[in-house]
Design a protein around this ligand. Structure first.
Ligand code: CO
Length: 290
């Protein structure tokens, strides 16, 4: 707990909302029900972010099948568990248990094969998986992995606001993982009714806010639960201002520096060209991916 609200930065030109996106119900893995919020069509617009899935269910049938062994190449996955337990194992020899409030950050690089399986038989499972692209020069780097338990995620509190800093920096509080090329900012924001947050974000960075409880006001527009607000690229803007509606709100704010490189995705592989995708598929089929 750090700072009184009076020390928060002032945003002179807050961003407005360019458009609201409603997530799309889908299934992935062995039949896990989830909401795909950041879809394929938005990859250029929200570069360097490639995908955001929101999952949340009290019903075991919606999640129990999990995500058995599958490959990735060319990007990073950041899984944030609000509630629940998931066991992760990968071909680089990493294993970890992701629990409520924790984050698992995995850099696939040239390739991993991993599984993500629920380690609970019932109860609620809720959270997010965000895909962050790697620059061309790092797509074939060695895989990397880090579990960040709830207690190691830095946070700060002000009047009616609590911010957990998963990536980047907020109000002087720095996250444990930083990325030079994409400079990701990933905040989990809890606001009491009427409370607000001012967060500086460079005008050139792409940014979005996804509300998962309650509703908030952003650039004069109401953003309701299960909606993603894509924030406008306004050249003179210096940040983002949001205020909770009467019932309070919880939301994630995600921003990053666009890579402006070609994006070619085929399922779990994200590269810069079709030839690199063909290589990834070939490597996977012949057992050379990981
Ligand atoms: Co995966």
């Amino acid at each position: 707990m750090h700072t009184p609200t009076s020390l928060l930065p002032t945003i002179h030109h807050p961003r407005s909302v360019e458009r609201l996106v409603q997530g799309r119900a889908t299934q992935d893995g062995a039949g896990v029900k989830l909401t795909r919020v950041l879809t394929h069509e938005l990859q250029q617009r929200l570069d360097p972010f490639l995908l955001l899935d929101a999952f949340g269910s009290d019903s075991r049938d919606d999640y129990i099948a999990g995500f058995p062994d599958h490959p990735h190449r060319g990007f990073e996955t950041i899984t944030y568990m609000l509630e629940g337990r998931m066991r992760h194992r990968d071909s680089a020899g990493h294993e970890g248990l992701l629990e409520s409030g924790g984050v698992q950050w995995m850099t696939a690089g040239r390739g991993v094969i991993h599984s993500e399986m629920p380690e609970q038989e019932d109860g609620r499972m809720e959270g997010f998986q965000l895909w962050l692209n790697l620059p061309a020069a790092e797509k074939m780097r060695a895989p990397w992995y880090r579990d960040i338990p709830a207690g190691e995620i830095p946070e700060w509190q002000g009047e009616g606001v609590q911010v957990r800093v998963i990536a980047g920096r907020s109000n002087g509080v720095q996250a444990p993982v930083q990325r030079e090329a994409t400079q990701p900012l990933y905040l989990d924001i809890h606001l009491a009714a009427g409370a607000g947050l001012a967060q500086p974000v460079p005008a050139t960075h792409h940014a979005f806010v996804y509300v998962y409880r309650g509703a908030l006001m952003l650039g004069g527009q109401e953003v309701a639960a299960q909606q993603m607000a894509i924030l406008a690229q306004t050249p003179a803007s210096d940040g983002i201002e949001l205020v909770a509606q009467t019932q309070g709100a919880r939301a994630i704010l995600v921003a990053g520096r666009p890579l402006r490189e070609p994006i070619v995705q085929y399922g779990p592989f994200v590269m810069n060209s079709k030839a690199e995708i063909a290589q990834a598929v070939d490597d996977y089929r012949s057992g050379r991916l990981a």
